[in-house]
Design a protein around this ligand. Structure first.
Ligand SMILES: [Zn+2]
Ligand SMILES: [Zn+2]
Length: 415
């Protein structure tokens, strides 16, 4: 039996891992790098099933291209993952069109994927000819799963993106695993720990209070799936107007249709009900008439309505822009953090508005990865989905674990 690392080796973005037990082939995730649109190495079309951990495009963004090339297999994911993923794929297709990129699939391929979906519930086993597959809650975004494959007496766990502590939106991941032989774990933050969530939420509330009382706007560029909902819940603990713009509106609606996938759907529903949803340019201008909190896509400033708000507000010292998620190198968000300049389309400026980064990560931190590896105590550990994971691999080796950071194209035996 072997694992092939097709994407996500020493990088964040474009995940893809192929498990082959010589009778069947399972592809776990098949994403894109949302900045470069790079895709994982080609798994071929001889795939028996695609197991999708969650909706984010770095895990799901290239699945329709398989259908485009004639694949007819099924995709296994939680129902809410399908709903969110279809929304993100349609949007991605539009964005590629705007950017003049030739997409690797069309709407008919997304529709074909929809016809081939197979719903997974957490803790339920699905039996294939040569393997058993189980999904467990990964606590990263609504519907996100860790994937456990059992085959020929071996247990292989791929965590997907995983969060081991509670947030306002999500319960912490399921982590009670026994007898794992091979652990493939995400390592986005192999090099650092995250501050306690409460501390960072309080900090956000302080900034909102100071800014809005001072007559300014707080701009929260947020990923549509997961972060938008958490920002909404934190912001609505204060009594200020909250505006919601972009794809986060549809994503929140979809998430509320599956209340069991969040920690407190009632609170989310209330916060969503109170927020003003923006659907037109006129409403956008109206939102800028009263000091408020504006939550909008894109989380890394690469598209979405956020550019409109930045254009209007960047010269105002009384306003705040708070990045609150992972910023892929090359995105306007990362550039802004690294250089203090906002470079997007025809604009290259040094904003006067305050720019902050708050670490609201939906991923585990270094010490949590170490603790999880200790608890699970697998025979082999592969650190994927990280750009700076080598030092952590050394720490794990010193602790006696067979740990490594695979490169794209690596094939390892897991018998
Ligand atoms: Zn993710
Ligand atoms: Zn990811």
């Amino acid at each position: 039996m072997k694992l092939s690392f097709l994407g996500g080796g020493n990088e964040v973005g474009r995940m893809g891992i192929l498990f082959d037990n010589s009778r069947e082939r399972f592809l776990m995730d098949y994403g894109v790098n949302v900045e470069t649109m790079d895709v994982p190495l080609d798994p071929g079309l001889n795939i028996n099933a695609l197991l999708l951990s969650h909706a984010h495009l770095d895990h799901a963004g290239n699945i329709p291209s398989l259908y485009h090339r004639g694949w007819n297999g099924r995709v296994f994911a939680t129902p809410i993952t399908f709903e969110l993923c279809e929304m993100l794929l349609r949007d991605s297709m539009k964005v590629q069109g705007i950017k003049g990129i030739n997409p690797t699939y069309g709407l008919q391929d997304i529709l074909k994927m929809e016809r081939h979906k197979a719903g997974m519930q957490f803790r339920h086993r699905r039996v294939f000819k040569s393997a058993m597959v189980e999904f467990n809650d990964a606590g990263h975004v609504p519907g996100s799963a860790s994937i456990l494959i059992e085959s020929q007496g071996r247990r292989i766990l791929y965590t997907g993106d995983i969060k081991f502590s509670d947030t306002s939106l999500m319960k912490a991941a399921f982590r009670d695993y026994d007898d794992i032989d091979v652990l493939v774990i995400e390592s986005t933050y192999a090099y650092k720990n995250h501050p306690p969530r409460k501390e960072i939420s309080d900090r956000l509330k302080d900034i909102i209070q100071g800014t809005v009382y001072g007559g300014g706007f707080v701009l929260l560029p947020s990923f549509a799936v997961g972060r938008t909902q958490e920002m909404l819940m934190v912001a609505s603990e204060l009594d200020f107007p909250v505006f919601l713009d972009g794809m986060g509106i549809g994503a929140t609606r979809g998430i509320l249709e599956h209340p069991e996938n969040t920690r407190n759907a009632k609170l989310l529903k209330e916060a969503f009900g109170r927020a003003h949803k923006i659907r037109s340019m006129r409403q956008r201008d109206m939102a800028l008439g009263v000091p408020s909190v504006i939550i909008t896509t894109a989380g890394m400033l690469s598209g979405g309505p956020v550019g409109y708000y930045i254009r209007r507000l960047y010269n105002r010292e009384d306003c705040s822009l708070i990045l609150n998620g992972f910023q892929i190198p090359g995105t306007p968000g990362r550039t802004l953090l690294d250089t203090g300049r906002y470079v997007y389309e025809d604009l290259d400026v040094k904003p006067k508005m305050k720019v902050d980064f708050l670490d609201f990560s939906a991923h585990c931190g270094r010490d949590e990865i170490i603790k999880f590896v200790e608890d699970v105590s697998p025979g082999k550990v592969f650190l994927v989905h990280g750009e700076r994971s080598d030092a952590l691999a050394s720490i794990l080796q010193d602790m006696g674990f067979d740990a490594s950071v695979p490169k794209n194209g690596d094939v390892v035996r897991v018998d």
